[in-house]
Design a protein. Sequence first.
Lengths: 208, 253
Amino acid sequence: MKKVKILDLKIGSVGSLFSALEKAGFDSISVIENMESLLSSDLLIIPGNGNFGKAIKNIDNLNLRETLKEHVFAGGQIVGICIGMQILGRASEESSIEMGLGLIESNFKKFDLELVHRVPHLGWNTVNDLENSSGLSTFRFENDFYFNHSYFLESKDTNYNSLMTNYSGFEFVSGVVSDNIIGVQFHPEKSSKAGHSFFCELINWSNV
Amino acid sequence: MSKFRIIPIILTDGINVLKGEKFDPWRPVGILEPLLNIYENRDVDELILIDVHANSRLEYISTEIVSRACKTLSIPLSVGGGLNSLERIRNVLKAGADKVIIGSSSITDPELIQGARDEFGSQSIICSLDIDSTDLNHIFTNGGRNRIEVNAVKAAIDLENNGAGEIFIQLIDLEGTLNGVDLNIASKIIKEVGVPVSIAGGVNSNDDFYKIYETGFSGVGVGAFFQFTENTPSTVRSHLISRNVQTRNLFRS
């Protein structure tokens, strides 16, 4: 049974993610708004589109902060997409008050307009893991995914394998992969066949 | 520069696909869902779907249509039509749209854009700027019916400051005409803002796509050129690749 749970933080919609997971072959997909039914064996996906501060406020209002961390420490798996990845980090320039979960030991910084010329980073771009350090072969072949963000992961966290992207000559970490956490800055649920390939690989990555 | 995006535009009344010309008149040319399927299978970069009758019905683009479209598509979808309140924008984003396109209200209701940015983030907001391709001193609202004496560059800067994550310039004198794009005025606008800017109106050749890319636009909206000529996103993409334009890599495994 290929099982996955989507944590709906009410920032953006979960419909496309749901469809993408279905197409990839997950046969049990549930959308949850709290952690009550979550088992430590579960694969949890956190999508998000919007505002880091708002996402963190929603997490704290639902008392999810410690539960999410415990889920990981107990061996559970989390995949964070876009804002879902950013909440796993430490701090973000997008909010001076709210702090992330710190599961990725790095901060999020805004793109420098002088360097990249247009912000947000909007459109398709290549996500590279040419040496296949992550084990996700989708990223070995210079596949493109859809991006729409103004903040990016400021530095590598060596606890993870990094996926890299070049925007206007500026290289940044567009994804992180470890045994129990994946964070991607791009939107695989909006990335057509490449995204589909990523979701299929999640089935193998998953411990479920 | 990000990779150049080719974005088919579909105009609808909710059921039928419409063809416009210079923003008027409309004639139905087919049913919506099959066209979405065609584009989904044609490796386009994104889609824009606008209900052009919504305002006159005092409504907004149907959330039912948006959510059905999102089930068909695995690429980003931006939608517009009658989005003049936060509640309408919220409903449409919740139904699955990635971005909303806000037209007249971008100009007449700046607080709406600010409120939308605060609630949904500027990356969810495209503000459209309707201009005549030969005139920098006026902009248009209400589907091209109202002409306002405002400098188009200033209008674009205001849109960015209010929270637009992308500006979408529509050349309303060229829209639907297949007469060729004219970037003379539009090129003056993109130099003055830092957000991505796309453009639509009149494209009639592969070279038009190249010119738009070369001028610095991040994407091009395409209507009549795909719907009424033998050109396809693939033929345009091949042409651009042959001229070393960075476009999306198609999937490899």
